[in-house]
Design a protein around this ligand. Structure first.
Ligand SMILES: Nc1ncnc2c1ncn2[C@@H]1O[C@H](COP(=O)(O)OP(=O)(O)OP(=O)(O)O)[C@@H](O)[C@H]1O
Length: 798
């Protein structure tokens, strides 16, 4: 494919601002974006069933560094600053051949109930081995092995069951039996939260069979899981799962707790990426930031940022063990890692620390490895590391954190999303780059003004720096609007680290072309081109045997709090030797995040939300605490604006932020002031800028500002659900529209309860009438994300 053609294809995705796409993925999609999404959906959906089967049945893998597994104690979930933690480490899984896959497929459909399926699963994920112990028990208990095995063949079944609450409810009677039968179930519970379902199904072969017939539905749902936006689109079209009608008149719920029958569902994400594997005692992992040794200046910065007593979180301990190298030589191989852990668990530091240490060391030792034509291809900026993030807000916050960490070791960080303001004006790319460097470089060396070590930005901004402003515009549009494609400003030959933060978003169908284009261009610039097919369906296993593993000539880090099966499949296909590091709390809610479900009254929903806000603040006042800040997530931008207006009319000042908000165009995160965690050095860096802004304000404006109460409520869509580190006083997250899926729910809820702090997520649900089954299902799934037995409770308004 010609470069031009590939550019055209890339342009389709590039023309959508990432934050727009992200918003679309998880919230309301505009019609044009729906079209884009459904295109992607068509590409991906047909292969999903096959993919999931492969994931579940495949026998891939060896454990890399895994001593025999002591079963993780139930209460050993990690807490920041806590010592004893069990962790799970993964080694790459071996990819099966076509014949092997075909055999498995036949087994999974033809031999349901057979032990063989279990065996296949075991081969794939060592975790399953540990679950086998449970099989024996279950077998003897139930004689019903077939049931469980048939589930294994079909991930799908579980999902289809979710739709079918009636069945599950009727099966709940079996829970008692199960509990009494199985002392050993506790372990399984702690891993998955979901063995009970299988047991509960024992009574009902008929039910299960009928559920299997529902695979199609389930597949369509699952397909959406990775593709966020596509699923949402379907929901908006009201195809199948749109459970809650916009309004339903209900009498107010009496002020008492209602109890739904006890139920237990497995973690809704556990089948997306199964982390139960051999565990390694924390004794084998670093307990301090000093082992392996981290260079002094960097260590001091870490302590400045996190406090003198901070200990590595589980994912950081894994990263210290695997990624931090005390010394490296210029012949060391590059590595590929996945860092997967729950929200707010310190993934940013888990990749920034080893990266900064390595960059500084190679600078000091002169062991930098440049591409063959690096000297010829040098540009205004020639970074050695790139961090990609899906939104400008996250890019800026990550860049701010990186600056705090490099303060002592004197590297240079550039946030590409600073280019926001300039790129809207008609300035030349070189001026833009100069402005960026002037604005951003805190520690520029004399005479080497443009030296940059780390660039942080969205894929579209990074591509703009790589290829020149306007590169992605259609030639017709370039002519019509007199756009001159600018000169590339960023050389790629020196890049030795690429981090893809929120990797499941950046490898989803809407972003993957841009992401892979960047990876491919860097590889080429470093003298090791990798194949790049823009329209490749990443999640497909159709052509699996023909897939060529990709080996990038740089360290390649993927990170996210959610690893959907599409990303897991991508890693299997293209990066078979990538090492997966995951905390045992992956796909769970942060341990100190509480959940509360409140019922709509059936009246004015805005009034219900106002009521809950005032309840939160009344509780704060009773406790003598400062007023909590509340983050409210809606599904649609229009709803954000309407709710913002309604609350303002009721005297509740708020920030209503949508993808199109003007305040987002300022090139800074000031529109999130008061809500985001403030970092010391970032604050210092912006001090000058703030002072200037302040000078511009008239006295009248100042007075007016003082009169106004600082907003304690921010209303937004999933635009802000990814990666952003909100301040500890954002203790409440309100989810007022039914979450699209559990991935979205986890990220939204995870804006509170970060870094081991307290937090609460309040989910508004429908208590009675149409849609209440769906709400109960959500409730159970949320409970499963907390890894606990679920007994849905609802609080009504009081
Ligand atoms: N070892 C530690 N001890 C105490 N606090 C920490 C530690 N590591 C990180 N933190 C703090 O935890 C907060 C969350 O970190 P970070 O944003 O990196 O989480 P994350 O895992 O990337 O979250 P998300 O999945 O939402 O992106 C930050 O404020 C960070 O300063």
């Amino acid at each position: 494919m010609s470069l031009f053609a590939s550019s055209r294809i890339a342009h389709r995705a590039a023309s959508l601002p990432p934050e727009l796409v992200l918003a679309c993925l998880h919230t309301s999609a505009s019609s044009s974006l729906q079209a884009t999404s459904s295109l992607s959906s068509q590409r991906v959906a047909p292969s999903r069933k096959r993919l999931v089967k492969n994931l579940k049945s495949s026998s891939r893998g060896k454990v890399e560094v895994a001593p025999p597994p002591p079963p993780p104690p139930r209460d050993e979930a990690p807490h920041i600053g806590r010592k004893a933690i069990n962790l799970h480490e993964f080694a790459p899984r071996k990819r099966p051949g076509t014949r092997e896959l075909e055999e498995r497929r036949q087994q999974s459909f033809g031999k349901r109930g057979g032990f063989q399926q279990g065996g296949q699963r075991q081969g794939g994920f060592q975790q399953n081995d540990s679950r086998q112990g449970g099989f024996q028990q279950r077998d003897s208990r139930q004689g019903g092995f077939q049931q469980r095995d048939s589930r294994q063949g079909g991930f799908q079944e579980r999902d289809s069951r979710q739709g079918g609450f009636q069945q599950r409810d009727s099966r709940q009677g079996g829970f008692q039996q199960r509990d009494s039968r199985q002392g050993g179930f506790q372990q399984r519970d702690s891993r998955q939260g979901g063995f009970q379902q299988r047991d509960s199904r024992q009574g009902g072969f008929q039910q299960r069979d009928s559920r299997q017939g529902g695979f199609q539905q389930r597949d369509s749902r699952q397909g959406g899981f990775q593709q966020g936006g596509q699923r949402q689109d379907r929901f908006q079209q009201g195809e199948s799962r749109q459970a809650l009608p916009p309004s339903l008149s209900l009498p107010p719920v009496r002020p008492q707790e209602t109890r739904a029958p006890a139920a237990k569902v497995s973690n809704p994400l556990s089948d997306e990426f199964d982390i139960t594997n051999r565990s390694v005692s924390t004794k084998e992992l670093p307990q301090e930031f000093t082992s392996p040794p981290v260079m002094e200046g960097l260590l001091a910065s870490v302590r400045d940022a996190l406090g003198p007593d901070a200990r590595p979180t589980p994912i950081q301990a894994l990263s210290l063990k695997h990624l931090v190298q005390p010394e490296r030589s210029s012949t060391d191989k590059y590595h590929e890692y996945l860092l997967a852990s729950e929200t707010g668990s310190g993934k940013s530091l888990a990749y920034l620390l080893p990266m900064i240490q390595d960059l500084k060391q190679s600078e000091l030792n002169g062991t930098q490895r440049r591409g063959p034509d690096s000297a010829a291809q040098r540009r205004a900026m020639n970074p050695r590391a790139i961090v990609l993030a899906p939104t400008h807000e996250l890019s800026r916050q990550l860049a701010g954190f990186a600056k705090e960490l490099i303060h002592n070791v004197k590297l240079r960080v550039l946030c590409a999303s600073r280019a926001n303001t300039s790129s809207h004006k008609n300035v030349s790319a070189s001026k833009m780059a100069e402005a960026l460097v002037d604005e951003e470089l805190m520690f520029a060396r004399p005479g080497t003004q443009h030296e940059v070590d780390i660039v942080v930005g969205t894929p579209s901004k990074v591509l703009e720096l790589m290829r020149g402003r306007g590169w992605d515009k259609d030639p017709d549009e370039q002519t019509r609007r007199k756009i001159n494609v600018g000169e590339p400003q960023m050389g790629l030959g020196d890049i030795e680290w690429v981090v893809v933060d929120e990797a499941d978003v950046l490898f989803d169908p809407d972003f993957q072309e841009q992401t892979r284009l960047i990876l491919s261009e860097i590889s080429a610039a470093r003298g090791h081109p990798v194949p790049y097919e823009p329209e490749l369906d990443l999640s497909s296993t159709e052509e699996e045997p023909a897939t060529t593993p990709l080996e990038y000539p740089f360290n390649f880090i993927l990170t996210s709090a959610t690893i959907p099966s599409a990303l897991a499949a991508y890693i299997d296909r293209f990066h078979p030797s990538l090492t997966r590091l995951a905390s045992p709390n992956l796909h769970k809610l942060p341990s100190k995040l509480k959940t509360e479900f409140v019922s709509w009254t059936g009246g004015n929903r805005d009034a219900d939300i106002e009521h809950q806000l005032r309840r939160v603040w009344a509780t704060d006042a009773e406790k003598g605490q400062p007023k909590s800040k509340v983050l409210v997530f809606c599904n649609k931008s229009t709803r954000v604006e309407a709710l913002g207006e309604a609350l303002r009319e009721k005297g509740i000042p708020n920030v209503a932020l949508t993808k199109a908000s003007d305040s987002r165009l300022r090139g800074s995160n000031h529109h999130l002031d008061g809500f985001l965690r403030v970092r010391k050095s970032a604050a210092a860096a912006e001090e000058g800028e703030k002072e200037q802004e302040q000078e511009k304000k008239t006295e009248d404006a100042k007075e007016k500002q003082e009169e106004q109460e600082t907003p304690s409520v921010m209303i937004t869509t999933s635009l802000l659900s990814r990666g952003l580190d909100f301040a500890p006083d954002v203790q409440h997250v309100f989810i007022v529209d039914e979450p699209r899926n559990m991935v979205d729910f986890l990220h939204r809820a995870g804006r509170s309860g970060r870094a081991g702090q307290d937090g609460k997520v309040v989910v508004f649900v429908k208590d009675k009438g149409r849609g209440s089954d769906k709400a109960r299902e959500v409730q159970e799934k949320v409970g499963a994300l907390q890894g606990r037995k679920v007994r849905p409770r609802r609080k009504s308004f009081n």
